[in-house]
Design a protein around this ligand. Structure first.
Ligand code: FCB
Length: 398
């Protein structure tokens, strides 16, 4: 095995989330938020993935990818408080069964940003009993998927949800309150703990973790004490705090990594160190070493790791291939330094609904023409598929 080889069971895959691809998800808080002008677009039919999942799973297999991370939509499974939809549960069971039949390992997320309307109306995450309600929903889903799922994530990016929804107010529920943000963060710890117990009871074999967004914070000007202090503070609050709370109830850690941010004060940062620095269509800096640092750093918990998201929005698809190569190299380097990384899920399988930004950013390995819903496999997808099939990184790096 050379230093460019991945282990034979390494999970090369791609990720999506329900609201971003399924379409017609009209019983959740985001659907209402979009109608209040909270996004550049309405999610509408999205990629019609709720009906087209069989074809999309076949695409993954044809590309040579071995895993698919997707999320279960709470608003569909429990459309009315306490009433579970057998049809929706069967739908998600069929997705995992079809993944298995195609030789694609399903990685299931129980919560990816959206809440059922009935819960958002009575306070969402901050509702007094939200953790118990989440755990009950998770238990029902785990029962329905039982025996078919090995890797599962309770919550996607809890601290991003807190930041966007409770501190910056740009996502639902639109609060701008440090106090409520702290309450929401603590509540989401409870969500994970209670969900962990409920899922364990329903299916003891599922490996459970969270998908933790990691930002590579650096001081903008290392000679300034406030920039250095701000870096430590933000790293501690955003990257570390949640993991510290849930490490005891985690079988592995999922890392979503996209970018570096430069700290310019205690709670301030800028996305780039200079206007010349390479960035994506989202304006995010491209710093593959940040993924290596993240993985080496969380390796200290002694748990297996999965890269649950990493990807680029771009108009030139060649950039995507380069991005994937360079980030996979960072993964290999972290593994050589001792991190137990089991897989990498590119964000995203499909061009999809990117929350407040709508449909403009193109993250997909596969382009989706939304009028006709036709799928076009990009060259970068074939490139990534070739890496997955050979288990080897063959790019030249300068
Ligand atoms: C992550 C989200 C995912 C997607 C990517 C670009 O923060 O988990 O849903 O929006 O960013």
């Amino acid at each position: 095995m050379s230093e460019r080889d991945f282990p034979t069971d390494f999970l090369f895959g791609a990720a999506t989330s329900a609201h971003q691809v399924e379409g017609g998800n009209d019983n959740c808080d985001w659907w209402a938020w979009e109608r209040e002008g909270g996004s550049q677009d309405l999610s509408g039919d999205a990629c019609d993935h709720y009906r087209r999942y069989t074809g999309d799973i076949a695409l993954l297999r044809e590309l040579g990818l071995g895993s698919y991370r997707f999320s279960v939509e709470w608003a569909r499974v429990e459309p009315v408080e306490g009433k579970f939809s057998t049809a929706a549960l069967e739908h998600y069971r069929d997705m995992v069964v079809q993944c298995r039949a195609a030789g694609v390992e399903p990685i299931v997320t129980f919560h990816h940003f959206t809440l059922p309307t009935w819960l958002s109306r009575r306070g969402g995450v901050l509702a007094r009993d939200s953790a118990g309600l989440f755990a009950r929903y998770c238990g029902e889903v785990a029962k329905a998927l039982s025996g078919e799922v090995r890797w599962a994530l309770t919550i996607n990016e809890p601290m991003i949800l807190v930041l966007m929804g409770y501190l910056q107010g740009v996502w639902p529920p639109g609060l701008k309150s440090p106090r409520q943000a702290m309450r929401a963060a603590r509540r989401l710890v409870l969500w994970h703990r209670m969900a962990h117990a409920a899922i364990r009871a329903a299916d003891p074999a599922m490996l459970l973790g969270v998908a933790k967004h990691w930002i590579d914070f650096r001081p903008f000007d290392p000679s300034q004490a406030s920039h250095r202090l701000g870096t430590r503070l933000q790293h501690g609050l955003f990257n570390r705090w949640y993991l510290e709370q849930v490490k005891g109830e985690s079988d592995f850690i999922g890392i979503n990594y996209y970018a570096r941010q430069y700290t310019t004060g205690l709670l301030r940062q800028v996305p780039l160190a200079s206007p010349q620095a390479p960035k994506t269509e989202m304006g995010w800096s491209i710093v593959p070493e940040g993924l290596r640092t993240a993985l080496e750093s969380v390796a200290g918990y002694g748990l297996p790791l999965l890269v649950t998201e990493n990807g680029i929005a771009c108009t030139d698809d060649r950039e995507r291939s380069r991005y994937i190569d360079r980030h996979l190299l960072a993964v290999l380097q972290a593994m050589q330094a001792g991190a137990d990384v089991r897989g990498y899920q590119y964000w995203s399988l499909l061009d999809n609904f990117e929350w407040a930004e709508g449909y403009r950013p193109k993250f997909g390995l596969v382009a989706v023409e939304r009028e006709s819903q036709s799928r076009t496999v990009r060259e970068s997808a074939k490139h990534y598929g070739d890496i997955a099939k050979s288990g080897r990184l063959s790019a030249d790096f300068d």
